[in-house]
Unconditional design. Structure first.
Ligand code: ADP
Ligand code: MG
Length: 745
């Protein structure tokens, strides 16, 4: 507690220091940007740079955003407002092609005249304000402006005509140029040497970075573009370096433990499984299985991520790994994020094993093992049996949800943990599972969301990555179409298509983003794609929800005689099971559902998926969703219903899905479309650093350098005793909240 008080005290002192430097009022306004100290302010880096005479493309402005633009005054017009003593001044600005109206309210004619004088037609100025859509037209409301020609901001005046003008993340109260001024007030009295260099000197030298002090000037007050570019390179590297150092330490921590080697054994369960599988492993599966088998035989704990398209056959690869461990005397645990998935794994694994999974039962193989299932909703008897089988070692494979993590769950000798859809779990959860081993278990993470190499490197650091690119032969695949929501005929056609497929014995998923009209967001869905919020609000339509869609479709003539089921996260586990079972069996061949069915659900008869308000979902999520259909003998159809207008980012996302089914191409597209903040996760915003400079695609090389440097550093100084500043930066990053994002991003 004492420490907390001291911390708060220290923080207040820093804020007072800032207020002394830049003034109370500015300091207050800065606080709303998360800037509470001089240090924060210096780390509030410009988002971009403008140049005189090079106007901002106004057509690119995004409604809902706060924007800073440089443009020319094309027209100015004032008139008295109707019922008030106000004058409305409309300034129209242009970038040479697009015109954008700005509305000012002047309290009197004098103020209107003042505006006219400051913003004469033909003058260029910076404008800043909230971008909104009014009757389909972009506009800036409550704009602030800064004339460029007789500016109070000296970085803008004639002497530095070519000097890049920094644009800071700003607010309505505190436009970019006022932040620039505050930064100058802090930066001007400082010497370059006042800024401590915290990166190891060899790195600064080898990588040719500007020193910490030089970089500050270059980013905030560049005289030429080259300067801010060099500074940015350093700051991006810093970010990557801290992250990579954290990852290198974690990897080193785990590697310091010994795992029990679990070498492959001839004539064991792995061979028996291979002999009875109804298919041949693809060459991709074989290669990955080989990598895993080698890892398992070693004394260093395996930490491997297996990524592969939906339907690429990861389960059988994981099963072979589990069997290898059982053959070597150990047990394996499979952790799944939902009950539905855990049960499905149990069903498919039990089916693949056949008699091999029925040891001790009538007809079971003598050399076989047993599969136990542990979920939160199980009855007491079944649960007791599962716990006993895990603890005695009778169950070689224990499959479960979070219930597996409970301290009551014990293993005789846990040799391998498999985490399905790893991104759904936090680090503590994975650690909780692996701590159940007598020695450090080998770990295998599965993900169906393909991760570009650069991202894998950023977020998984030294975790080894295996990739299944191939889908087993003969999979018919999915064809995807966009359905404009405002074309009733297309919608009717959509439901007719559903009815046709059902009549042929198929099944259809109808996915909606919300559970009911009264829920603000679908509890089952991950955070919505934020950049779309503003546009959605403008579009005004309520988002499709499961309950209303269920009711509407029940009455839809196209679906007369077709039974519908309903599925979402608010149902009890039993209700969910029943809904899935009824759907699988065809009793309710149409399932209206939220994204709970997103991961791993396998109903081979499913041929159609209709996704309502599809633009609400991200690319990867849509790709996952459509992977639920076309898994059997018949090709699948995915219909993306959306009101998104052609050309908008939302529309482009859907188009990407229409054009390709390659998950890796889509993952890169997804990444390109996201903003910096999204890529590194929301946790970043808590660091008082409003800009995350690192972009995993663009900065691939820098990330690779940072990784190499971090590895070298940790190899030489594992506990960073010789590098206290690096240790501090890493600790700040890897506090409990932040460690989460290392893995969940
Ligand atoms: P995912 O990678 O999405 O978890 P699954 O492991 O569920 O995919 O596999 C999807 C389906 O493909 C399963 O029905 C599985 O039995 C089947 N399968 C796996 N490997 C092969 C293969 N080599 N040839 C044919 N079918 C396969
Ligand atoms: Mg799977």
């Amino acid at each position: 507690m004492v420490a907390d008080v001291d911390d708060a005290e220290a923080a207040q002192q820093l804020t007072r220091q800032l207020a002394r430097a830049v003034g109370e009022k500015t300091a207050k306004a800065l606080a709303s940007l998360g800037v509470r100290s001089i240090d924060d302010l210096l780390r509030h880096y410009p988002r971009r740079y403008l140049h005189r005479g090079k106007y901002t493309r106004l057509a690119d402005l995004i409604p809902g955003e706060h924007a800073t633009v440089m443009a020319e005054v094309a027209d100015i017009d004032s008139r008295p407002a109707r019922n008030r003593r106000l004058h409305i001044v409309t300034v129209t600005i242009t970038d040479g092609s697009t015109h954008l109206p700005l509305t000012f309210f002047a309290r009197n004619a004098g103020m209107a005249t003042h505006l006219r004088r400051q913003l004469p037609v033909g003058a260029s100025a910076m404008f800043s304000g909230q971008v909104s859509l009014y009757r389909g037209e972009l506009q800036l409301t409550h704009p602030e402006y800064e004339p460029l020609d007789d500016s109070a901001d000296e970085s803008l005046v004639q002497a530095h005509v070519n000097r890049p003008v920094p644009v800071y993340p700003a607010t309505a109260k505190l436009p970019s140029w006022k932040i620039a001024k505050a930064v100058r007030m802090v930066l001007d009295p400082m010497n370059e040497a006042d800024t401590a260099e915290w990166l190891p000197a060899e790195i600064v030298e080898n990588r040719r970075f500007p020193s910490a002090g030089a970089a500050l000037r270059m980013i905030h007050r560049p005289t030429v573009d080259e300067e801010w570019k060099q500074a940015q390179r350093r700051y991006r590297y810093e970010e990557a370096f801290i992250l990579q150092t954290a990852l290198a330490r974690r990897r080193a921590d785990v590697a310091a433990y010994d795992a029990t080697p679990r070498p492959a054994r001839a004539d064991g369960l792995v061979d028996a499984l291979d002999a009875q599988l109804p298919f041949e492993l693809t060459s991709g599966q074989q290669a990955v299985a080989e990598e895993i088998s080698t890892d398992l035989a070693g004394a260093e704990p395996m930490q491997r991520l297996l990524q592969g398209e939906v339907g690429s056959g990861k389960t059988v690869v994981a099963l072979r790994a589990m069997l290898q461990v059982i053959d070597a005397g150990g047990q394996a645990a499979l952790l799944a994020p939902t009950e539905v998935l855990a049960q499905q794994h149990q069903r498919s694994i039990t089916a693949m094993l056949g008699p091999l999974g029925e040891a001790g039962m009538l007809g079971g193989a003598a050399n076989g093992t047993r599969v136990a299932l542990l979920t939160g909703s199980m009855g007491a008897t079944a649960r007791r049996q599962a716990l006993a089988d895990a603890a005695s070692g009778a169950a070689g494979i224990v499959i479960g949800t979070h219930a597996l993590l409970s301290q009551h769950v014990q293993f005789a000798d846990l040799g391998l943990t498999v985490v399905d859809e790893q991104h759904r779990f936090g680090v503590e959860q994975r650690d909780a599972l692996r701590s159940k081993g007598r020695t450090m278990p080998h770990q295998l993470f599965l993900t169906a969301t393909p991760i570009p190499r650069s991202v894998a490197m950023t977020f998984f650091g030294d975790v080894d990555v295996s990739t299944l690119r191939q889908i087993p032969e003969g999979r018919p695949g999915v064809e995807t179409f966009a359905v404009p929501a405002d074309k009733p005929r297309w919608l009717t056609r959509t439901w007719e298509k559903v009815a046709e497929d059902v009549a042929r014995g198929g099944r259809a998923y109808v996915v909606a983003p919300r559970i009911s009209s009264s829920t603000p967001e679908d509890d089952d869905a991950p955070a919505p794609v934020t950049e779309l919020r503003a546009t959605d609000a403008v579009a005004g339509g309520d988002l499709a929800n499961v309950e209303d869609t269920f009711a509407t479709l029940s009455r839809d003539p196209s679906l007369a005689g077709v039974s519908l089921g309903m599925m979402h996260g608010r149902l009890s586990a039993e209700e969910k099971d029943r809904a899935m079972a009824d759907f699988a069996a065809g009793r309710t061949p149409v399932l209206v559902t939220t994204t709970v069915i997103e991961v791993g659900v396998d109903v081979p008869e499913a041929t159609v998926m209709v996704i309502l308000d599809a633009d609400r979902f991200g690319i990867s999520q849509l790709h996952q969703l459509r992977g639920r259909v076309g898994r059997g003998a018949t090709p699948g159809t995915c219909l993306l219903v959306s009101a998104a207008q052609p050309g908008t980012p939302a529309w482009q996302r859907l188009q990407a899905l229409v054009e390709t089914t390659d998950g890796f191409v889509l993952a890169e597209k997804d990444l390109e479309q996201r903003r910096e903040g999204d890529v590194l996760g929301a946790a970043q915003s808590g660091r008082g650093n409003s800009l995350t400079m690192l972009r995993v695609l663009r900065d691939r090389d820098l990330i690779e350098q940072a990784r190499d440097d971090a590895r070298t550093l940790i190899a030489n100084d594992p506990n960073l005793v010789g590098h206290p500043e690096v240790l501090l930066a890493v600790t700040r990053l890897v506090d409990p909240d932040h460690e989460e994002y290392l893995d969940r991003a």
